[in-house]
Ligand binder design. Structure first.
Ligand code: SF4
Length: 345
């Protein structure tokens, strides 16, 4: 059986808006089927954090109802959910389905429904705003008003329109997992799209999803797909220690230079933590108040190579600058493998 820490399900690829910054790309006529939900929930016994994504999930309350019904039928428990809507229209069925899911969640206080409000989304409907904001799981998370360019992922239509200044290299492995007998626990994100493709990344356009899918649930079972992607470090031996050092110039994280070192005994956890740090760079780029962050901030990622450093495993350097070329500083993340001196192998 599989327990998932973060599962994203693409409810539908259809949408009633056409935002210029949409990372998915143009809408497609595809939605999660009951068969897909059955294949999924027959193998997964628990989902801690369920992300319902799209397209526009509120357009398919029927699928959301089925999702709750199939999860219950297979005995798959759910911790909490998060879903975002564009609130272009009020859908009573959407609220009914979410209420049902909310009632089924083990940690309802952590559930969230947010409304995407920024300069790219069309104006939300007044009734939808009023009704959705009155729900017990409503959260303001995505009501930004205005999105800064560096927050936009240059995927899908955003890339086509020249918006956003970063993309992610799609993840190839699962780093945070435990296997015991027939039980597999995965804490990294697993993404199931409306076509049944399984991905290890949620921030990809429909087009790139086709390229980076690790398999499809119609052809292979989820356990088989995930176990082929468990990260194992070929050069790692028990007893080693891994250090992950994060070093930022003054003004990026703090007013003075900032350094943090983390220690791991497990290689997969260390590599996984490095990946997360790299991604979070785009969420918390500077210590300044959001309005002080330059509108034209660009963060460029470069690999670091240290050939003569025996402990060095992997490194990344992030250059913070403005579009006009003003250098603001760098953040460096270096992963090292420390071999205990008294080991004789
Ligand atoms: S950003 Fe959301 S609301 Fe806008 S087109 Fe894409 S899926 Fe639809």
């Amino acid at each position: 059986m599989i327990e998932l820490g973060h599962l994203a399900i693409e409810v539908t690829r259809n949408c009633n808006m056409y935002c210029a910054h949409c990372l998915r790309g143009d809408p497609e006529n595809a939605a999660a089927s009951i068969d897909l939900l059955d294949r999924l929930f027959s193998q997964v016994s628990h989902v801690e954090h369920l992300l319902l994504t799209g397209g526009e999930p509120s357009m398919r309350s029927d699928i959301l109802h089925s999702l709750v019904e199939r999860a219950k039928a297979w005995g798959c428990t759910i911790g909490y959910f998060f879903v975002a809507t564009n609130a272009k229209q009020y859908h009573a069925g959407f609220v009914d389905a979410l209420d049902e899911l909310y009632g089924y969640c083990r940690q309802p206080h952590r559930c969230g429904l947010s409304i995407s409000i920024d300069q790219f989304h069309e104006k939300a409907d007044q009734k939808a705003l009023q009704e959705y904001r009155s729900l017990p799981y409503y959260t303001k998370t995505l009501e930004k008003g205005r999105l800064k360019p560096y927050k936009i992922v240059a995927e899908g239509r955003a890339q086509h329109n020249g918006l956003g200044n970063h993309t992610f290299s799609p993840k190839e492995f699962l780093y945070c997992y435990r296997c015991s007998g027939d039980r597999l626990q995965v804490s990294d994100t697993v993404y199931i799209n409306a076509l049944g493709d399984v991905l290890l990344d949620a921030d990809l356009s429909y087009e790139r999803q086709r390229k980076y899918s690790i398999g499809n649930l119609e052809q292979t079972d989820l356990f088989g797909l995930l176990t082929q992607r468990l990260f194992v470090c070929g050069s790692c031996h028990t007893g080693n220690i891994y250090t992950l050092r994060y070093q930022a110039d003054a003004g990026i994280v703090d007013q003075t230079a900032y350094t943090q070192t983390l220690y791991f005994q497990n290689a997969a956890r260390a590599f996984g933590a490095m990946q997360s740090m790299g991604r979070n760079i785009y969420h918390i780029p500077m210590n300044a108040a959001p309005e002080d962050i330059p509108d034209d901030l660009i963060i460029r990622e470069k690999e670091v190579f240290k050939e003569n450093d025996l402990d060095f495993l992997e490194g990344k350097r992030f250059h913070y600058e403005t579009a006009s070329g003003k250098k603001l500083g760098t953040v460096e993340i270096i992963l090292r493998q420390i071999v205990p001196e008294d080991r004789d192998d």
